[in-house]
Design a protein around this ligand. Structure first.
Ligand SMILES: Nc1ncnc2c1ncn2[C@@H]1O[C@H](COP(=O)(O)OP(=O)(O)O)[C@@H](O)[C@H]1O
Ligand SMILES: [Mg+2]
Length: 317
């Protein structure tokens, strides 16, 4: 009994002390981890701030680089615009200064060809001179058109006219070049009721280009056909030839300026031109809100060039 009286309070004291120690220990632990968490959060925040500062610095430096690049680009852009302007001025100056002497040479070669005192050889020579001058003249007017296109100055002067007038006016000269080349020319399917509100001179230039190409790229004995058809809104004009044809990969590219088909092996024909006619035709047709394209079944299988133009509704004709 006495032993119990001593043991029970001793056990109670030990329990109480253990409880106190345990409680203290837990409290201290809790205190310790909160402080640790605070420290960790502070450290993470510090790290984040450091990263932010680095990112900010990088953005700032990149921004400076971008600004420098933009300034350089602006400079090159200004320079390009200045050079382009100079090129256009130079081109129109050259064109003007070449035209005048060319017309003098053309005049004298004509005079010489008709001179009764000239012999056959001299007449043939002056004819060659005349056609060389014609080629140069064509180049000069193509270059003039190109300069106008590039400076946005190629304007159409619209007026109402019947498309068949263009064909009637153009065909006599085309007939002569077809005959000279030995190419058969067919144009018996021309609609006579398509009225256009457009620039007759420019549209005639397009048709003349397509016909000249068709004759140029068709060997003697071949056929060149001009046809039109129209519905209520459009006139469709087709220039079909049985000539050297176009590789499928080039039917679009040939409308780019200075582009001449690379798959065609005939050097003699390409030397006869500069690759400008179709790019000018495309511009003229686009200014009339029309469409132009080339189709071919491939090299050696002929080509068809077509364009369409809006026509006047019947009531307005
Ligand atoms: N009817 C055609 N048949 C075959 N190729 C053609 C025809 N028309 C045009 N091309 C091709 O398109 C190119 C560009 O034509 P174009 O712009 O009129 O220039 P150019 O006649 O001065 O060469 C020609 O060089 C030729 O390769
Ligand atoms: Mg041409």
């Amino acid at each position: 009994m006495e032993l119990l009286l001593i043991l029970v309070p001793a056990v109670l004291v030990v329990l109480a002390v253990s409880f106190l120690i345990f409680h203290r220990a837990v409290g201290f632990g809790q205190l310790n981890s909160a402080a640790q968490r605070e420290r960790m959060t502070a450290r993470a925040l510090e790290g984040l701030m450091r990263n932010f500062a680095v990112a900010e610095n990088t953005i700032y430096r990149n921004n400076i680089k971008l600004n420098n690049m933009a300034n350089k680009l602006q400079l090159s852009n200004n320079q390009l615009a200045r050079l382009n302007n100079m090129k256009s001025k130079f081109l129109s100056m050259v064109v003007h200064d070449v035209r005048t002497p060319l017309s003098v040479i053309r005049g004298f070669s004509d005079l010489f060809a008709r001179d009764p005192s000239a012999n056959d050889k001299q007449r043939t020579m002056s004819k060659h001179m005349g056609s060389a001058v014609d080629r140069l003249n064509r180049l000069v007017s193509d270059l003039t058109d190109l300069a106008m296109i590039e400076s946005g100055k190629l304007k159409i002067e619209p007026a109402v006219f019947n498309f068949c007038e263009v064909v009637d006016e153009l065909m006599p000269a085309i007939e002569i070049s077809a005959q000279t080349k030995g190419v058969v020319l067919k144009y018996d399917q021309i609609g006579r009721d398509a009225v256009i509100d457009g620039d007759k001179f420019r549209i005639s230039q397009v048709l003349q280009n397509l016909m000249a190409n068709a004759i140029k790229f068709t060997p003697g004995g071949g056929l060149v056909e001009l046809k039109t058809r129209n519905d209520k809104c459009w006139i469709y004009v087709y220039v079909k030839d049985s000539g050297i044809g176009i590789h499928p990969s080039e039917t679009r590219k040939i409308f780019e300026k200075f582009y001449q088909a690379e798959y065609q092996k005939d050097d003699k024909l390409t030397k006869l031109g500069w690759g400008l006619g179709l790019s000018i035709a495309l511009e003229i047709i686009s200014l009339h809100k029309g469409e132009i394209a080339a189709e071919s079944r491939g090299l050696g299988h002929g080509s068809t060039f077509w364009f369409k133009l809006p026509i006047q509704p019947m009531a307005e004709q």
